[in-house]
Design a binder for this molecule. Structure first.
Ligand SMILES: [Zn+2]
Length: 245
């Protein structure tokens, strides 16, 4: 089994997760995510592959951040029936990287306030539009890797069962009012329907326009970073120009 040779300091946000939470490195859950992560990236040079860690979190979720690591909670893996469902979850996070959704923060920022930066990156990544695109590319990646699309889509159904277990009916069906509410993630039934639509489109030969999406995202990210650096610059200017008392 391929093991990655990441050193402490190569991936500062991953170091923060490893310091803060228990990471499970042996047993079926870790073997499952390693197996699917490698299969989904079988065409990617080893040096450019991402790695998936099984993390003991309270939530049933998966996320990623700047760096080369995907994090899947142990609790979520316990609810996924097979490799195909786990592959969809990992492929969705891989898709955020391939679609250019991950903000490229200056490396000097990553040495400080790492957990807040991870949280901020989640806020940036999980808009409705980005979640939709990541689901679409995820099903493409899964099919290309030979996974069964129905079993992959079942990952979203398992997530729906978890939401219902916790009484989050809106998270599955959408808000009763029909509006988007304050949620960044689309309702799970909407996500499932969109993935099924894309599956039908793929069968007609249509694929996600990956290059155009990446260019659009990178442009958006550059503008956001320019605005952020500009804001820091203005604050610095105001502080510097403040008359000394
Ligand atoms: Zn996502």
């Amino acid at each position: 089994m391929l093991r990655y040779a990441l050193r402490v300091g190569d991936d500062p946000l991953r170091d923060a997760i490893e310091e803060e939470f228990v990471v499970e490195r042996d047993g079926w859950a870790s073997e499952r995510v390693q197996r699917v992560t490698e299969r989904l990236q079988r065409d990617v040079p080893a040096a450019n592959r991402l790695e998936t860690l099984v993390v003991w979190l309270d939530d049933h979720n998966a996320f990623t951040a700047q760096g080369r690591t995907i994090y899947v909670s142990r609790r979520l893996l316990e609810r996924l029936a097979d490799d195909d469902a786990a592959a969809f979850v990992v492929a969705h996070e891989l898709a955020h990287h391939r679609l250019g959704h991950i903000p490229d923060l200056p490396r000097s920022w990553l040495g400080v306030a790492r957990m807040p930066l991870i949280w901020l990156q989640q806020r940036w990544i999980t808009t409705s539009a980005r979640e939709h695109d990541a689901d679409q590319l995820a099903i493409e990646l899964c099919i290309d890797a030979g996974y069964d699309p129905e079993r992959c889509i079942a990952a979203l159904e398992y997530l729906g069962q978890v939401s219902l277990d916790y009484g989050d009916v809106d998270g599955v069906l959408g808000p009763e009012s029909g509006g988007g509410g304050r949620r960044s993630h689309p309702a799970l039934q909407v996500r499932i329907a969109a993935v099924r639509d894309h599956l039908a489109a793929m069968r007609r030969g249509i694929r996600l326009p990956l290059d155009a999406t990446i260019q659009r995202e990178r442009r958006r990210r550059r503008v956001a970073l320019a605005v952020a650096s500009g804001a820091v610059g203005v604050v610095a200017l105001l502080v510097l120009r403040r008359p000394s008392s």
